[in-house]
Design a protein around this ligand. Structure first.
Ligand SMILES: C[S@@+](CC[C@H](N)C(=O)[O-])C[C@H]1O[C@@H](n2cnc3c(N)ncnc32)[C@H](O)[C@@H]1O
Length: 351
């Protein structure tokens, strides 16, 4: 059996058989519901308990401005985030939930019709498919067919992460967005941890190392990643804590846009962005990331990359951008330390 197959089987057994309830997880990597934004809490309250009881995510990777979008939830589990997105995209949008563990998918599928009715939709706008992150083509996901990919505490479990990100970038439309929460480690984790089912299943063994993730995405054409939330992971289980030693873990939520115009540094073209206050649930201000808060109607100087994220994506309808890239004024004083070292600032930020 190949290493990749062994990893898939071990993870399927962990989420399909070993764990039956969120409370059985051995770390606090799983996000407490009270840390969700209010508008998401209200939707989660509308979900069947069977869905939420088997939620194993580590953050809230559900961006704003989803109405009408096609969203793909990678590793959707029993469908908590997929159903939340289904409510947010509305009847004109659709959500595909993909997972390799049939027991998880069965729960999601069993609730599709009832959830659609609860949301007041004439028919379900969800579709749950069996498949692997590393091979979305076999699962029927076509090139440039998805507006937003979300994923909650899953990519760390994938043995071939490069392949996963290549697939995500293949299926995203130009200007589309990957918005995911996952466990990051402050160093590369030892390879032998991956054959330990608990370390792997608890999202520690395969945790991403930020610098490798940053290099990989740059190599795949995404040189500017934005962090929106981070939270240190506490490992109270003594045996697990002993096994991981001094390695520190954090749950980080990252957004990455598929844009050909991004540069590896923030450059100044004299551009100004003004938020129109029109994104639902963000009337007074819009947070693009941990260092860009756009107060409604207040003009803000932005770098070329930020201007592209706000004008060449679904966010364009909510911003007015003045200036283009015809004149260059040097490096933009961005001041974004958290992006380079997300663990360094790990704290109690809302996930
Ligand atoms: C930690 S759980 C998170 C589930 C869900 N996102 C949630 O928040 O409840 C990880 C999920 O990812 C799925 N998974 C892990 N690796 C996968 C892969 N390579 N392909 C497809 N699904 C995968 C598992 O089956 C499991 O349901």
């Amino acid at each position: 059996m190949s290493m990749a197959t062994a990893t898939h089987e071990s993870v399927q057994e962990y989420y399909g058989r070993v764990l039956q309830h969120s409370s059985q997880l051995k770390t606090d990597a799983c996000c407490a519901p009270e840390s969700l934004p209010q508008h998401l809490k209200e939707i989660v309250a509308q979900l069947a308990p069977e869905i939420t009881e088997r939620f194993y995510g580590c953050g809230a990777p559900i961006p704003l401005a989803l109405e009408g979008c096609t969203v793909l939830d990678l590793g959707c589990g029993t469908g908590r985030d997929a159903f939340v997105c289904a409510r947010l995209v509305g009847p004109r949008g659709r959500v595909i939930g993909l997972d390799m563990t049939r027991g998880q998918l069965d729960v999601a599928r069993a609730h599709e019709r009832a959830q659609a009715a609860t949301f007041g939709f004439a028919s379900p706008n969800t579709h749950f498919v069996h498949g692997y992150l590393e091979d979305l083509a076999t699962a029927g996901i076509e090139d440039e067919s998805v507006d937003v990919v979300v994923s909650n505490c899953v990519i760390n479990l994938a043995p071939d992460k490069r392949r996963v990100f290549e697939e995500i970038l293949r299926i995203l439309k130009p200007g589309g967005e990957l918005y995911f929460s996952d466990i990051f480690a402050d160093r590369r984790t030892p390879t032998e941890w991956r054959s330990d089912q608990v370390l792997l299943g608890e999202c520690l063994a395969g945790a991403l190392y930020w610098e490798d993730y940053r290099r990989l995405m740059a190599d795949l054409g995404v040189p500017d990643l934005r962090v929106t939330a981070r939270r240190a992971v506490k490992i109270d289980n003594a045996e697990l804590a002993d096994r991981v030693g001094v390695t520190r873990f954090a749950s980080v939520t990252v957004r990455a846009f598929k844009l050909g115009s991004l540069e590896d540094r923030c450059e100044d073209y004299g551009q100004i962005a003004t938020y129109l206050g029109s994104v639902p649930h963000a009337r007074h201000a819009f947070m693009l990331d941990d260092h860009h808060e756009f107060v409604t109607h207040k003009p803000l100087a932005v770098c070329g990359n930020t201007a592209a994220m706000l004008s060449e994506t679904r966010l364009a309808a909510h911003f007015r951008i003045s200036g283009e890239r015809s004149r260059h004024y040097g490096l933009f004083p961005c001041g974004a330390p958290a992006v380079d070292h997300p663990q360094a600032a790990a704290g109690d930020a809302c996930c």
